[in-house]
Design a protein around this ligand. Structure first.
Ligand SMILES: Nc1ncnc2c1ncn2[C@@H]1O[C@H](COP(=O)(O)OP(=O)(O)OP(=O)(O)O)[C@@H](O)[C@H]1O
Ligand SMILES: [Mg+2]
Length: 303
């Protein structure tokens, strides 16, 4: 297990070791989140490394990653714990078959750890090898307000009460990272508990660094063309702009096709790695891809 990083530089190095490129502002917030024990709230465009940083941080610190994937209708039971009804039923039937089930004894036995299914929040409150786990609460904007309120409470106490068992408190605060794609605004009360960072698309230099870390087999020339094209493409009026994830995918596709450089034809053939909406793909038909490529090359030549 590594120790908590002692500086912002150390955070950047630690994450770089997991092939995660972290700019100084984000590294500063990660450093502070670790130092102050505050949750980190990351909001931003899709595919810009919000989820990945939790994975990279857990791996770098040698901590367990516990992920709570949010979705519409997620409730406390699925987030914290559930009783294993099926197993409880079997235990009841078995006791009945053996005759003379003592109701009180049976009830006490049915509501023990053995029949408890720990969901992510409860798992995060339990001691983990290597120290407090990284708790990733992913895409919180997909849940509803009641769940958010519930989460607010769980995050302030870091304890979970199970009526039949009592209160389970985390021995050490988990490292909490929340992400949102901002399909709706998350409530101020929850944000106020957290350190906040808006994750932007990376600039040219940083996206080159990401490609170097994630697709090292791509030549510098191909990477520069790919990044310049994607950067230029993001300024177009698109329904869904490509994220860093798409840049990486696209570079891998081009490599798989043995492409050394871009051409309008190659772009048209592989656009599905970059754009995922038919309207956006259609908008790049004809001379559009060639125009954007020209502009991207112009920007490269201008340095
Ligand atoms: N800064 C970065 N350094 C290294 N890889 C990155 C970085 N940002 C993004 N990536 C790559 O992009 C992929 C997608 O990132 P991730 O899943 O974290 O995006 P996200 O912001 O959570 O997107 P979504 O909102 O769609 O969930 C990652 O698997 C990783 O390979
Ligand atoms: Mg994500």
């Amino acid at each position: 297990m590594s120790h908590e990083p002692g500086s912002i530089d150390a955070v950047q190095e630690l994450l770089a070791g997991e092939a995660y490129v972290c700019g100084r502002p984000l590294a500063t917030l990660v450093f502070l989140a670790l130092r102050l024990g505050r949750p980190l709230f990351l909001e931003g465009e899709a595919g810009t490394g919000k989820t990945e940083i939790a994975k990279a941080l857990a791996a770098a610190l040698g901590r367990k990653l516990i992920r709570l994937q949010c979705y519409e209708g997620l409730d406390a039971a699925s987030a914290v714990y559930e009783w294993n009804f099926a197993e409880q039923m079997i235990a009841i039937r078995t006791a009945e078959a053996a005759g003379g089930a003592d109701r009180t004894a049976l009830k006490a036995e049915l509501f023990t750890e053995e029949y408890l299914i720990a969901r992510p929040l409860l798992q995060a409150m339990r001691p983990q090898p290597g120290g407090a786990p990284v708790l990733l609460i992913d895409e919180i904007d997909r849940t509803d307000a009641p769940f958010e309120a519930f989460l607010l409470e769980a995050l302030s106490d870091f304890a979970v009460t199970i009526p039949e068992l009592g209160t389970i408190a985390a021995p050490e605060r988990p490292i909490v990272i929340l992400t949102s794609n901002r399909t709706r605004e998350v409530h101020d009360a929850l944000k106020r508990r957290c350190l906040y960072h808006w994750v932007e698309y990376p600039d040219f230099e940083r996206e080159m660094e990401v490609l170097a870390a994630r697709v090292p087999e791509a030549s510098d020339r191909l990477s520069r063309e790919v990044v310049a094209f994607v950067q230029r493409l993001r300024t177009e009026d698109l329904f869904k702009r490509p994220g860093v994830a798409e840049t990486i995918d696209w570079a891998k596709c081009l490599l798989a096709l043995d492409m050394m450089e871009l051409s309008p034809q190659v772009i048209a053939d592989t656009l599905g790695a970059l754009l995922k909406y038919q309207d956006d793909i259609a908008a790049l038909q004809g001379s559009e891809a060639a125009r954007i490529l020209d502009e991207a090359r112009g920007a490269l030549a201008a340095g």
